[in-house]
Design a protein around this ligand. Structure first.
Ligand code: NAD
Ligand code: MG
Length: 381
């Protein structure tokens, strides 16, 4: 039995993780966390009977009036995440909180030398150098849950790291891939929340529409796979069907891809069971009795539509404080868009401006990253 601490249990990745745990053998949910959705957190507690039920939002805790199963303890506040990540009984921390809020618990899991099933890409975007350094010292394993990074991780098994020519990160292109550029300024929140191939939480769906999700994923890939951006070890290809989840090319020209229907439960399952592959999981299977077409388009970097990709590539090359700033500015810009305070086509330029104007440093400490993150959010208007 492997014990899981699932941070962000009430979200899209969290719910999918519980679907996986329900259907495969060998895993027990020891802790779950939720931020505001008390009812769902309670329902999940009744079903999975975890030792710890963490309610991270201290304000929401005032409205908690549920009975927990015998043996379950309610813990309130973000501190509980870092404490429970380090508990000796915890084998795997599933990092599925959205946004910068996932950083401290990811770091705590790395410090405790756990396996981290990492969905929270923002923690690597903001603190990739630190997280990786800590994990290399403690032996913590970071197994990606993000579908593209899981695909790269799986495809890399076909060769040695030193044989890698490049990683080809695929992007669905989001809902506006075929929309004329001039129409992007009129995009509404409802339109941006409809993703053509994936069903995800609101923030990552909006990031997919602006292509900032791919910018975050470029930076995430750089840290996960130690890619040399100056040697162009990463390319992006638009693949609207979201069947090929990413590819790697080796020095001999062989390209290895991982394919499956778009369903996050497969990369989640892989992150839990690696290096084993198990049957019985809840994932949709490929239907080989119907005709299928897979398309790949190279992004046209002369079009402003792909500015987010360019910004992601530049930020990954810069490293240092660029990632934490890009992430904080993006979180603020997305919130401003959802409130009707920023137009859709203003999001990426605002993020770029914030990255370009900040006081860049190469090797920030966690305290410096945190201070800068807060400053960017405070100054954002
Ligand atoms: P979501 O919005 O559906 O769920 C977020 C979870 O985080 C919820 O459990 C919520 O309670 C919790 N949370 C929100 N704000 C918090 C805060 N301030 N402090 C503590 N907890 C907080 O998000 P999601 O779509 O499940 O995405 C989670 C992460 O996984 C994100 O980093 C996202 O980029 C990544 N990801 C998601 C998908 C997907 O299919 N949903 C795919 C790839 C990567
Ligand atoms: Mg992804």
């Amino acid at each position: 039995m492997k014990n899981i601490a699932l941070f962000g249990a009430t979200g899209s990745i969290g719910r999918s993780t519980l679907d996986v745990v329900k259907t495969i053998d060998g895993f027990r949910v020891l802790a779950i966390s939720g931020h505001k959705n008390l009812k769902l957190l309670h329902e999940q507690s009744m079903l999975f009977r975890p030792r710890w039920v963490i309610l991270t939002d201290e304000n929401a805790a005032k409205d908690w009036n549920f009975e927990l199963p015998v043996g379950s303890e309610l813990c309130v506040g973000m501190k509980a995440l870092t404490q429970i990540a380090a508990e000796s009984d915890v084998d795997i921390v599933v990092s599925a909180i959205v946004g910068r809020a996932g950083l401290e618990s990811t770091i705590a899991a790395a410090q405790a030398g756990k396996r981290i099933a990492l969905a929270n890409k923002e923690s690597l975007v903001a603190g990739g150098a630190l997280v990786k350094q800590i994990a290399s010292e403690t032996g913590a394993e970071i197994i990606p849950v993000d579908s593209e990074h899981s695909a790269i991780f799986q495809s890399l098994q076909a060769g040695k790291r030193k044989e890698l020519e490049r990683v080809i990160l695929t992007a669905s292109g989001g809902p506006f891939f075929r929309l004329p550029e001039k129409d992007l300024k009129n995009v509404t929140l409802d339109q941006a929340l409809k993703h053509p191939t994936w069903n995800m939480g609101a923030k990552v769906t909006l990031d997919s529409a602006t292509l900032m999700n791919k910018a975050l994923e470029i930076i995430e890939a750089k840290w996960l796979f130690d890619l040399d951006m100056t040697r162009r070890e990463l390319e992006v290809m638009i693949h609207p069907q979201s069947i090929v989840h990413s590819m790697v090319e080796f020095h001999d020209g062989a390209v290895i891809a991982q394919m499956s229907p778009p369903d996050m439960r497969l990369p989640i399952q892989n992150a839990l069971t690696y290096p084993e592959r198990v049957s019985g999981g809840p994932t949709k299977r490929t239907n080989w009795s119907i005709d299928q077409t897979l398309e790949f388009f190279a992004p046209d970097y002369s079009k402003s539509k792909f500015d987010a990709l360019k910004l992601g590539l530049e930020t990954a090359s810069l490293a240092g404080t660029a990632g934490v700033v890009l992430n904080a500015a993006n979180e603020m810009a997305v919130t401003a868009f959802t409130r009707g305070e920023l137009r859709f086509d203003e999001i990426v330029p605002r993020v770029r401006k914030t990255v370009e104007e900040h006081d860049f440093r190469q090797n920030p400490t966690l305290e410096e990253l945190t201070a800068l993150d807060e400053k960017i959010r405070k100054d954002f208007r």
